[in-house]
Structure formats: C-alpha cells, structure tokens
Design a binder for this molecule. Structure first.
Ligand code: SF4
Ligand code: SF4
Length: 209
C-alpha cells in the first residue's frame, strides 16, 4: 500500500499560499499587448496583405500568366489575363492581368504565390489587419491590391516608354514615365474613348489618376 505524503505546513495556510502566486505576479513584467492601441512592429519579411507592383513609369508588372493562382494551395487567387493594345496598354509586354482577386477568407498567407510570380509583380506587405465581418469584403480586387503611384509614375493604361521594349523594363532601363506621358482611356473598363483630334488621333489630355 502506497505511503501517504506527509503534510509539511498546516492546512489553514493553503489559501494564503494561493495568494502568494498572485502577489508574485504583481511584480513581474506585464506581457499583455494593448492591441489595437499599440501595434506590434512586424518582421521586415512578414507575410501580410499582397500587393501588385508597378514599373517605375506606372505600368503594371503583372502579365496575367496565372502562375500565382496555380501555385496557391488554398485556391484563393483568381486571375483573368487580356491582351494589351496600343490604345490601352497596362503593362509593357503582350498581356496584362485584367481581373485579379485574392480571397482572404481562404488565403493562409503562405507566400507560395509570390515565389511563383515570374515578374515580381506580386509581393506581400506588412499589413495584417485583414479581418472583416463580411465574406464579400474579404475578396480583394485588383484595384485594392494595385500599388499606389510613386513620384515619376503615370497611372495605367499608358504608352510604353518610347524606344524601350519589355526586356528593357526588366533590365531596369526605365526609371520614370517619359515626358508628356498621359493616361489612356480604359475603354475595356467602361470609360469613354477620348475624342479624336484634327489628325484623327486621340487628343493628349491629362486625365486624373
Ligand atoms: S499566400 Fe498562400 S494561400 Fe495566400 S494566396 Fe498566396 S499561395 Fe494562396
Ligand atoms: S501576379 Fe505574377 S504570377 Fe500572378 S498572374 Fe501576375 S505575373 Fe502571373
């Protein structure tokens, strides 16, 4: 038969011993994070919300190849590519991503899509506040994912830099929009075509980004 453990202190002291744990914790460093008032800084290579990047002149890097969608284990990406034309050019090459969606109700932020992207069009930001109470709001569209305009950029669609081709863009030879670059009408997105000038060509009017 097992021997009973010996009592080392009187039983009436047990509640006091319990308070001892509380008392010790009062002098320890607090671990509670005051989120969302105080946000934690994420690691530089944190996997947060995605971003669709632009070339330095504002044209889009995405070529609509769908490799990111095929690489995604959660089937969270939907891409539809389309052909560029001289009148409506979104990227320097032949194709661009006409429709681009990421469903954050599915995405597990694994980063396989950005590894698969051949043009570095798709990268991930440090933004992690993606929660929403609506499933529909969790489907981010191309407009939400496309990077903003930096200095020297003109919003797409617009003409390719004169004298350059797609390869030159990837060689880093285009560093800003060519002087006089204007945004073209996004007719495929429902915008009105520009009125033709006296020469029959569309008039070069600056259009708000
Ligand atoms: S991060 Fe992972 S789960 Fe999310 S879209 Fe990319 S491949 Fe899919
Ligand atoms: S983001 Fe990259 S991989 Fe995905 S469709 Fe665009 S170019 Fe292709």
């Amino acid at each position: 038969m097992a021997e009973e453990p010996k009592e080392t202190k009187p039983g009436f002291l047990n509640p006091v011993a319990g308070f001892g744990v509380t008392f010790k914790a009062m002098f320890k460093k607090r671990l509670t994070e005051q989120y969302p008032e105080q946000k934690k800084t994420t690691a530089p290579r944190f996997h947060g919300r995605h971003q669709l990047n632009r070339h330095p002149d504002g044209l889009e890097k995405c070529v609509g190849c769908e490799l990111c969608a095929w690489a995604c284990p959660a089937d969270a990406i939907y891409v539809e590519g389309a052909d560029n034309t001289d009148e409506e050019r979104y990227s320097p090459g032949e194709r661009y991503g006409r429709v681009y969606q990421i469903n954050y109700a599915r995405c597990i932020l694994c980063g396989l899509c950005i590894e698969a992207c051949p043009t570095r069009a798709l990268t991930m930001t440090n933004e992690f506040e993606l929660a929403d109470s609506s499933r529909a709001n969790l489907i981010y569209t191309k407009e939400q994912l496309l990077a903003g305009l930096d200095e020297g950029m003109v919003d797409s669609p617009h003409a390719i830099y004169p004298g350059m081709d797609e390869q030159d863009y990837y060689r880093g030879l285009v560093t800003e929009a060519a002087p006089g670059t204007v945004r073209q009408a996004a007719v495929s997105q429902g915008e009105e075509p520009r009125p033709a000038g006296p020469s029959g060509a569309a008039e070069d009017k600056e259009v708000d980004a």
